[in-house]
Design a binder for this molecule. Structure first.
Ligand SMILES: C[S@@+](CC[C@H](N)C(=O)[O-])C[C@H]1O[C@@H](n2cnc3c(N)ncnc32)[C@H](O)[C@@H]1O
Length: 362
């Protein structure tokens, strides 16, 4: 549960908001949380994942969670969630997998229909404001779907702006590229520029996780069960120990530790796998599997382990007290890792929320 003063601050900030929002595909609430920090009242989140409900409602006071399949809903059931008399914002981040670099067979994927569903709700409800976030590949590999989405909005009379943003320029301590779209019926609304364009201003891994208690592989910090390091096999422990501190990678290893697949020509490309993060840079992009060293550069800069769930959440710019799992239940690490990796970084969402509040206030 968010601590008392943070909850009160959010409630106060959103109590008289001119904007009433609904978050489609809300997950654990990264997007909602940032919008609320900016003063947008998010009335409800909608998602098909029951495991995300606790995180969403415990950290976003006043917002309800609906366990609905967006593909099966008709627009009036969403429309009635908004508060009458306010500017309505339909926000959403449809699942990114259909377009991500890691997914080859996009034609087979049903999920991109979800973006068409988003467009269907916009057409039915015609909210004054829309925001959508997705992976940059949407504008390339999913271009037809994306063009359709933008075309629908423009035909409905929206001013539409979109761009690929760099999250590190918005104060997120992480290199993460995302496609962000804003649309308004009220007039010109631009995706805000990131203010931190100079590298010296970027938030670093050191600043974000440097003060957390040290852990060994497989260890859990008793005061925070999200600060838990995955247990490494003996071989992987040897590998991380052989990886130089602060940005080292598998090229530091003696030959006997190198994986057979990495010795082949095709395996030489993945330099980051098994690597350590750099202390004084933003982290690499957090994914749903970011607490395993074999899945990317997810090694701690100097401790011999992968990053923990709490560290991943902080690198996604979630507040330290964000609660992802009910205290009374056994922690489901896979589910929490998925929620964290999938989230819109709240700091990016806050910048979007601020642009929206300024737009309607102007
Ligand atoms: C990229 S994540 C959204 C992350 C979220 N916006 C955040 O900031 O934390 C996509 C979400 O879509 C949800 N989802 C997938 N299919 C869905 C469906 N048919 N109806 C509703 N939600 C769905 C997933 O459970 C997942 O939480």
């Amino acid at each position: 549960m968010l601590n008392y003063s943070t909850r009160q601050r959010l409630l106060k900030k959103t109590a008289f908001s001119p904007v009433s929002a609904v978050d489609l595909f809300c997950g654990a609430g990264g997007l909602t949380h940032g919008l609320m920090q900016a003063g947008v009242k998010v009335e409800a989140g909608i998602d098909i994942d029951e495991k995300a409900a606790h995180a969403f409602v415990s950290n976003n006071p006043g917002s309800k969670y609906y366990l609905w399949d967006v593909g099966r809903k008709k627009y009036p059931s969403i429309d009635k969630l908004f508060t009458k008399g306010k500017y309505r914002l339909l926000a959403g981040c449809a699942p990114c997998q259909p377009f991500s670099k890691l997914t080859q067979a996009i034609d087979d994927h049903q999920c991109w229909n979800l973006l068409n569903n988003f467009a269907r709700f916009v057409a039915g409800i015609e909210p004054e404001l829309v925001t959508m976030e997705n992976v940059p590949e949407l504008a390339e590999r999913g271009q037809d779907v994306f063009d359709n989405f933008v075309g629908t909005l423009e035909d409905l009379g929206y001013y539409v702006d979109w761009k690929i943003v760099k999250c590190e320029e918005y104060g997120v301590p992480q290199f993460r590229r995302r496609l962000v779209l804003l649309a308004s019926k009220l007039g010109e609304l631009k995706v805000p520029e990131g203010r931190l364009t100079s590298t010296s201003k970027w938030k670093t891994v050191r600043k974000t996780i440097g003060s957390l208690p040290p852990l060994n592989s497989g260890e859990e910090w008793p005061d925070d069960r999200l600060h838990v390091a995955s247990l490494l096999s003996d071989l992987n422990l040897k590998r991380i120990k052989a990886t130089s501190r602060d940005g080292g990678n598998r090229h530091d290893w003696p030959d006997k530790l190198v994986l057979e697949c990495h010795k082949k020509q095709s395996g030489r490309r993945y330099h980051s796998i098994y690597g350590r993060m750099w202390w004084d840079r933003p982290s690499p992009t957090m994914t749903t599997l970011c607490t395993g060293i074999g899945n990317g550069r997810f090694g701690h800069p100097e401790q011999d382990r992968a990053i923990t769930l709490r560290e991943a959440a902080l690198l996604q710019s979630f507040p330290r007290s964000y609660e992802f799992w009910p205290k009374s239940e056994k922690l489901n690490r896979g589910a929490v890792s998925r929620m964290i990796g999938n989230a819109v970084p709240p700091k990016l969402a806050k910048a979007l929320g601020q642009a929206i509040i300024e737009h309607v206030s102007g």
